[in-house]
Design a protein around this ligand. Structure first.
Ligand code: ZN
Length: 159
């Protein structure tokens, strides 16, 4: 069976940056099970899965616009340190913040006595990503899965 809209795909993946550094892999644990077309995966990876079948292994480079988007320097903002209310703010800390663009996750990229510089970009924004994928299983989605918009069972939504 080929992967198409409303099939459920079980796969292993490893994602690396363009310079070959591994970012994440499913291979340390159970494979992932996803509903094709649900956009649970980034668009570039869903596109690459289309038409593949169980047993296929492939590698695909995904440009930022089909992954986590381009970086927007406007999402890097300077915040007065006084707003952090005496917290011990450190580079690398993540917060949920309410900004002009709505609620978003920001990461602290710099801090000094007066101000904290936060970055609201997704950590992988602006990166071309390489996915190494192994398709383990492809099956038709059930009516429940299609109406819920996600895969059920091991590796998917257990409920
Ligand atoms: Zn469900």
């Amino acid at each position: 069976m080929q992967i198409e809209q409303n099939t459920v795909v079980t796969l292993h993946y490893t994602v690396s940056s363009a310079d070959g550094v591994e970012i994440d892999t499913s291979k340390n644990g159970a494979p992932m099970t996803v509903l094709q077309g649900s956009h649970y995966l980034i668009v570039g990876l869903e596109n690459a899965l289309q038409g593949k079948k169980a047993g296929d292994e492939f590698s695909v480079d995904v440009e930022p616009e089909l992954a986590y988007g381009e970086r927007h320097e406007g999402l890097v903002q300077s915040v007065p340190k006084s707003m952090f209310d005496g917290m011990d703010v450190q580079v690398g800390m993540q917060f949920r913040a309410t900004t002009d663009g709505g609620e978003q996750s920001v990461i602290v990229i710099d801090v000094d006595d007066e101000k904290v510089i936060v970055d609201g970009n997704h950590p992988l924004a602006g990166h071309t990503l390489t996915f190494d994928v192994e398709v383990l299983d492809v099956r038709a989605a059930t009516d429940d899965e299609i109406s819920h918009g996600h895969a059920h069972g091991p590796g998917g939504c257990e409920h």
